[in-house]
Write a new protein. Sequence first.
Length: 204
Amino acid sequence: MILFGNNKGLTKSIEKGDFHCPNCDSVQSFDLKSVRRYVTLYEIPVIPREQLGEYVECLVCLDTYKPIILEPKVNLSQKEFKAEYHAAIKEVMIRMMIADGEVKNAEVKMMQTIYEKVTKNSIQADQLRRDIIQVKSSTDNLSTSLLRLQGNLNDLGKEFVIRAAFYVAMADGDFGESEQEYLGNIGNDLGMTPAHFQGVIATA
Ligand SMILES: [Zn+2]
């Protein structure tokens, strides 16, 4: 009997170089790897089948990222990244807040508290009000900023974004269906798996 199988996933290095690893928080060497399925004959991979995916591995901390992280425009410096990350947390909170109408003073105060809690930075109420006006008049959508952030954010960073949005959603004591859906979309745009997302909500 000839023993064929088709479930062998083989990893191959396709590119090496330097990138800014968000986990190491510095420039490190990476290995871009592709995973392809092979048909095996007696356990030996002989015929290449479909491409299963590509990922970038930091050769120092071994953390893995989506290949989008290698694109120059999203390979942010530490300072740029921090600014984008904090801006995204702010935008997520604001959009969550204005989704159900008018923003009250108490809500601005609460956003300040959450922002400080999540980013360990403070923000003035006046600044936040200006940001709210800007988000309201902006035609950009949140997906664009989240997709840009995705490749630069590790799991912990994504969890912070979700938590910030969740705290805002829970501020009125109720986590409604539309809020759940909105938050789910944020998780999706950040490239989180449904299981990861549910885990964050369950422990928030
Ligand atoms: Zn690293």
